[in-house]
Write a protein that binds this ligand. Structure first.
Ligand code: BES
Ligand code: ZN
Ligand code: ZN
Length: 483
C-alpha cells in the first residue's frame, strides 16, 4: 500500500472515503469540513456511533465537501488513548475498508495531532493489518487498498517515520510469508535459499551444510536433523552497519517439529510448521536493518533443520557432544529447539558479540503461562532486559521476565552426561532457558520464548490470524536503543 501526504483540507480531498477519528468523550471539530459534517455527526452521535474503541460507521458524505463517503472510527476514552490504540484503529479502519472494496481512502490527522499522536502509528497498524497470505489460493482476493493519503503538512520527521513503518511492515510480511508457508515448501534448504536472496542487499550470507557442521562439532544440532532426509542448513547472515562488535541474533529454525521419536500427538501437529518463527523474525530484522541502513553490526544465526522420526533419528537416552564440548543426554527428542540453539549460541561466541539475543518457539509451557499476550523473557543482564521491557511496551510485543534461579540447574542434572535436555513438566519454561544459559557464554544474553505468541488463532485489529512475526518489531526497537 502506497502512503502519501497531502497538505489540503478535508473538504477539498477527493477520495473514495475520508477516515475521521473520534474519542468517546465528544465529537472532534473537523475544521472547514466540520461545518458541513457537524449536522451529520449530531444526527448519529451517541445513537449510531459512540466513538468506542474499534467502532466504525460508514456514511455518505454531506453535500458541499469533496469526499464521497466518511468513515467514523472510534478510539475509546481519551484518557485511554495510546500508540497501541492508534495502531489498532489503523488496522481496523483499513481492513474494514478493504473488505468493502474501497481502494483509495484518506485519513484526517486532525484528531491525532490535537492529541500529540503520530499518523505513522496509524499507518503502521494499517500496513500490518492488511497483510494476507494467498500464495496457495487459486482465486486471489481482488480487494486491495491501493493507497492511503494522509492529510497533514509534510515534515522530514513524518517522512522518516513513514519510511520506517513501511520498511518494518514489509519485513514483517516477508517473515510471515516464511512462517505461513507449509513445511514441504519451507525446508531448511528453502530457508537458506530465501536467506541467500538477501545477498547484495547489504547482507552477507553463508550457509553451512552437514560436512561443515560435523567438522565444527555441532553434535547437538546434528542430532536433531538425523531423523530427516532434508539436510540441515546452518545459515549465517551478517550486516555491518558499524565497525563495533556485533549483536548476534539466534533464531530457532525447526522447519517442522514432529517431536522426533518422542512423537507429538497428531492433533495440532500441522501447526508445527511455525517452529521456525524465531528464525524468520531474525531474517526479517536483518532485512529491515539493512534497508534502513541502521548504524549497527548484526549477525543472524539460523540453525535450520526438520525434527522427524526417521530410521537414523536420535533416540531418547542418546548422548551427544555439543559444539561447546559439553555432553548432553537427550531424554526427550521433542525438546529439540534447545539442542539446535545450544550449538548456535556456542557458535555466536566466535563473533565476540556485545550482546546475544535468541528467539524461539521453545516450550508449550510458555503458552500455558502467558497465553498469547506476552513473550516469556529470561536473561543474564539487567540493562539488556530493561531495554527489552521498554521496547516491549513501545511496540506492544510485550515481554514478561521469568526468573533464572541457579536452582534450576538441578532440574537438568543427568546421571550419565554433563546435562540433560529436559527436566520435567514442573518449571519447564525456566529450565529450558537455564539449559540455554549453560551454552550462552559471557556476553549479555536475552532469551525470548515466543511459543505462545508466534501464531495467532483469531484476527486481531492489526495482526491477521496465522503467523504474527512477533519479535521482529521488538528487536528492531531494541536495536534503536543500542545505537
Ligand atoms: N516446538 C515445541 C514448542 C511449542 C509448543 C511451540 C507449542 C509452539 C506451540 C518444542 O520443541 C517442544 O516440543 N517443546 C516441548 C518440550 C518438552 C518435551 C520438555 C514442550 O514444550 O512440550
Ligand atoms: Zn519439539
Ligand atoms: Zn520445537
Amino acid at each position: 500500500m502506497h502512503i502519501s501526504i497531502k497538505n489540503i483540507s478535508e473538504a477539498d480531498c477527493s477520495c473514495d472515503v475520508l477516515i475521521l477519528l473520534f474519542s468517546e468523550d465528544g465529537p472532534h471539530p473537523y475544521g472547514r469540513a466540520g461545518a458541513a459534517i457537524a449536522k451529520l455527526i449530531s444526527r448519529v452521535w451517541k445513537k449510531d456511533f459512540h466513538g468506542k474503541d474499534q467502532e466504525v460507521l460508514l456514511m455518505h458524505a454531506p453535500d458541499g465537501i469533496r469526499p464521497e463517503r466518511l468513515l467514523f472510527v472510534g478510539l475509546g476514552k481519551k484518557d485511554d488513548l495510546s500508540r497501541e490504540r492508534v495502531r489498532r484503529s489503523g488496522g481496523r479502519a483499513l481492513t474494514y475498508l478493504r473488505d468493502l472494496g474501497i481502494r483509495k481512502p484518506a485519513l484526517s490527522t486532525k484528531f491525532l495531532s490535537a492529541r500529540r499522536q503520530s499518523p505513522a502509528d496509524f499507518a503502521e497498524g494499517a500496513l500490518l493489518g492488511l497483510y494476507q497470505f494467498d500464495a496457495y489460493r487459486s482465486e486471489k482476493p481482488d480487494k486491495k487498498i491501493a493507497g492511503l493519503t494522509m492529510l497533514c503538512s509534510p515534515s522530514a520527521d513524518l517522512n522518516r517515520r513513514i519510511r520506517y513503518v513501511q520498511t518494518v511492515a514489509a519485513a514483517s510480511a516477508f517473515a510471515k510469508d516464511l512462517i505461513n508457508t507449509p513445511a514441504n515448501d519451507m525446508t531448511p534448504s528453502d530457508m537458506a535459499r530465501v536467506a541467500l536472496s538477501l545477498r547484495g542487499k547489504g547482507v552477507s550470507v553463508k550457509v553451512l551444510g552437514r560436512k561443515d557442521l560435523e567438522k565444527l562439532g555441532m553434535g547437538a544440532y546434528l542430532a536433531v536433523s538425523s531423523g530427516s532426509k532434508e539436510p540441515p542448513r546452518f545459515i549465517v547472515l551478517e550486516y555491518r552497519g558499524d565497525r563495533k562488535a556485533p549483536v548476534v541474533l539466534v533464531g530457532k529454525s525447526i522447519t517442522f517439529d514432529s517431536g522426533g521419536i518422542s512423537l507429538k500427538p497428531s492433533e495440532g501437529m500441522e501447526k508445527m510448521k511455525y517452529d521456525m518463527a524465531g528464525g524468520a523474525a531474525v531474517m526479517g530484522v536483518m532485512k529491515a536493518a539493512a534497508e534502513l541502513k541502521l548504524p549497527i553490526h548484526l549477525v543472524g544465526l539460523l540453525p535450520a533443520t526438520e525434527n522427524l522420526p526417521g530410521g537414523a533419528a536420535v533416540k531418547p537416552g542418546d548422548v551427544v557432544r555439543s559444539f561447546s564440548g559439553k555432553t548432553i543426554e537427550i531424554v526427550n527428542t521433542d525438546a529439540e529447539g534447545r539442542l539446535a540453539l545450544a550449538d548456535a549460541l556456542g557458535y555466536a561466541g566466535r563473533f565476540k558479540p556485545r550482546a546475544v539475543v535468541d528467539i524461539a518457539t521453545l516450550t508449550g509451557a510458555c503458552a500455558i503461562a502467558l497465553g498469547g499476550e506476552a513473550v516469556a523473557m529470561m536473561g543474564n543482564d539487567g540493562q539488556l532486559l530493561d531495554a527489552f521491557k521498554k521496547s516491549g511496551d513501545d511496540t506492544y510485543e510485550r515481554v514478561c521476565e521469568m526468573p533464572l534461579y541457579e536452582e534450576y540447574k538441578e532440574y537438568l542434572k543427568s546421571d550419565i552426561a554433563d546435562i540433560k535436555n529436559v527436566g520435567g513438566r514442573i518449571g519447564s519454561l525456566m529450565a529450558s532457558a537455564y539449559f540455554l544459559l549453560e551454552f550462552a557464554g559471557q556476553a549479555p544474553w536475552v532469551h525470548l520464548d515466543i511459543a505462545g505468541t508466534a501464531w495467532v488463532e483469531k484476527d486481531r485489529p492489526y495482526i491477521p490470524k496465522g503467523a504474527s512475526a512477533i519479535g521482529l518489531r521488538l528487536i528492531l526497537n531494541v536495536i534503536e536503543r543500542l545505537i
